[in-house]
Design a protein around this ligand. Structure first.
Ligand SMILES: NC(=O)c1ccc[n+]([C@@H]2O[C@H](COP(=O)([O-])OP(=O)(O)OC[C@H]3O[C@@H](n4cnc5c(N)ncnc54)[C@H](O)[C@@H]3O)[C@@H](O)[C@H]2O)c1
Length: 383
């Protein structure tokens, strides 16, 4: 597959007016909710007559949680949560019209690689069919509104579409070929190509972003960093796939969302942008850093030092060895740079998990427990 790229420069174009009436899909998820909270903190949606609003459309799957939005969802604030499916065309049409939406910021997805291996069907439905539904509805809406130049369809994709890099290979740029290896990555790649097609065929003003691994507050416990912090607090083993030498690039979720806001304003329609930090580490080295951070808290732990909890488990099938993003386009053409160092971001994230125990404890039953038993039960002890 070839990637959605072209060669024009953002520096050549003027700033567009920022779209202010946003439909944020998946806005009750980890990254989508951070984006909505950031919009509020920055006063981009403030409730004034001439200010914008965020309509969150979220199906509230196991990964969606209203509590991530409690600080922005009260009667006086201009953010509303609509529980619904992005595949529901009539609902999407209705929301676009009723709220005079200027931009869709599209986070909604099935997002966990392990779940895509054990059950790929929902990934195709939400990530491919859902993205198609949104694109087609937004095209009609944009046409009906007279094709305003500042309208945007911002599609939040992933570095995983580029596939695995050799240890010494140069970082992937927006021109690198697509080579997805998991059903998750393939479904995101498929959706990227639909977005590209709607830009090229219909002139729809789209943006595609490829972001590195995110971490930060409110991340669901199945993902690596919260999984490790929570298991340390519970005295459970820290499962590491294979030899732990898979390399990943990490970005704080607030930096990711800040870059998305910059791109809504400055990104060239039809283009794609990598969003990363150059903070690349092996999974094992990262987990060791997390263990040392936890040990230094001086709090009572069931088992310490935490490194003794590390347990190597059977590797994930098709596990990519390395992702690394070349972000020259974002850094040089837009002048955007990440602001949160990995050291500070990880410390702050640990503090957040220590001070929000009730948030993650409520997630450790039901679906999560079933998932955890299936994923690690035969290989290590579960929380
Ligand atoms: N987490 C990462 O490290 C990372 C990195 C790069 C890109 N991304 C992309 O960012 C986006 C958000 O990721 P996340 O980590 O916040 O995911 P998440 O799993 O935490 O949240 C996804 C949200 O989408 C909702 N959703 C799922 N199916 C839906 C449907 N059919 N209709 C409406 N809502 C639906 C869920 O309820 C949930 O609130 C995804 O598109 C993902 O591919 C994530």
């Amino acid at each position: 597959m070839t990637p959605p790229v072209s060669t024009s420069s953002v520096q050549k174009r003027a700033r567009s007016p920022l779209p202010r009436r946003l439909l944020v899909t998946g806005g009750a998820g980890f990254i989508g909710s951070a984006f909505v909270r950031l919009c509020h903190r920055q006063g981009r949606v403030s409730g004034d007559a001439d200010s914008g609003h965020c309509i969150v459309l979220d199906a509230m799957t196991y990964a969606g949680d209203r509590d991530r939005l409690t600080t922005v969802l009260d009667a006086s604030r201009p953010t509303q949560l609509v529980v619904g499916d992005i595949c529901d065309r009539a609902l999407v049409d209705h929301l676009l019209r009723k709220h005079e939406i200027e931009a869709i910021v599209h986070f909604a997805a099935e997002s966990h690689v392990d779940r895509s291996i054990s059950g790929p069907a929902p990934f195709i439905q939400t990530n491919v069919v859902g993205t198609f539904t949104l694109l087609d509805a937004f095209r009609q809406h944009w046409d009906a509104c007279g094709q305003p130049a500042h309208y945007r369809f911002l599609h939040v994709s992933t570095d995983e579409v580029y596939g695995s890099l050799a240890p010494d290979a140069p970082a992937t740029s927006e021109h690198s070929p697509y080579a997805p290896n998991s059903p998750y990555a393939a479904s995101k790649a498929g959706s990227d190509h639909l977005v590209r097609a709607y830009s090229r065929t219909y002139g729809l003003p789209t943006l595609i972003t490829h972001c590195a691994n995110n971490y930060g507050p409110y991340q669901y416990p199945e993902k690596l960093i919260p999984l490790m912090f929570i298991n340390m607090l519970l005295g459970r083993s820290l499962p590491i796939y294979g030899d732990g030498q898979q390399r990943r690039e990490w970005i704080h979720v607030d930096d990711h969302c800040d870059a998305l806001l910059a791109l809504l304003e400055l990104g060239e329609p039809g283009e794609s942008y990598n969003i990363g930090t150059t903070d690349e580490m092996t999974n094992l080295a990262l987990v060791e850093v997390l263990c040392d951070l936890m040990d230094r808290q001086g709090i009572p732990l069931p088992i310490a030092p935490c490194r003794q909890l590390i347990q190597f488990v059977r590797d994930r099938p098709g596990h990519d060895r390395r992702y690394s993003l070349n972000c020259t386009k974002l850094y040089h053409e837009l002048g955007w740079h990440p602001k949160i160092s990995l050291e500070t971001g990880l410390k702050d994230t640990l503090t957040w998990y220590l001070t929000h125990r009730s948030w993650w404890e409520k997630l450790l039953s039901g679906d999560y427990q079933t998932y955890y038993q299936q994923q690690y039960g035969s290989r290590t002890s579960a929380p």
